[in-house]
Design a binder for this molecule. Structure first.
Ligand code: ZN
Ligand code: ZN
Length: 131
């Protein structure tokens, strides 16, 4: 477990935050909902406890969207620039999109939903490995 402090901000800088370790779970998910919400091959999210997380500024400049119940999936974004920003999950974690943090969390990612992925991502993965 890593004990470092990480900070993150959205593209325009209106929203920023900080979180402190120890970090326990860094999930990379390739499910179809995560692909839609990020527009990328997978989501990279760090999950921290509320007491490990503080907003530095802009908490009220967020839009939050939740899929209808009983679904717990959602998204939060900056009202100004549209970047994904942290949000609280239904299970009480703070989900932090790790791409907005310029430092590494010091723990390895866990691949979530490995069976629900795109074939082109598998192709990319093998291209990287072969180099
Ligand atoms: Zn922004
Ligand atoms: Zn997912």
């Amino acid at each position: 477990m890593s004990k470092k402090t990480l900070s993150g901000e959205c593209l325009c800088g209106e929203i920023s935050w900080q979180m402190s370790g120890p970090f326990e779970f860094f999930g990379m998910c390739q499910c179809s909902r995560c692909r839609k919400v990020t527009g990328a091959a997978f989501a990279t999210n760090l999950f921290v406890k509320p007491e490990q997380f503080i907003w530095l500024k802009g908490e009220n400049n967020r839009n939050e969207y939740l899929l209808p119940k009983p679904n717990t999936f959602g998204n939060a974004s900056c009202k100004t620039c549209g970047s994904r920003v942290p949000r609280k999950t239904a299970r009480g974690w703070v989900l932090v999109p790790l791409g907005s943090t310029m430092e590494l969390p010091g723990i390895e990612p866990t691949l979530v939903c490995p069976d629900d992925h795109t074939e082109w991502f598998t192709t990319l993965e093998s291209t990287i490995t072969e180099q």
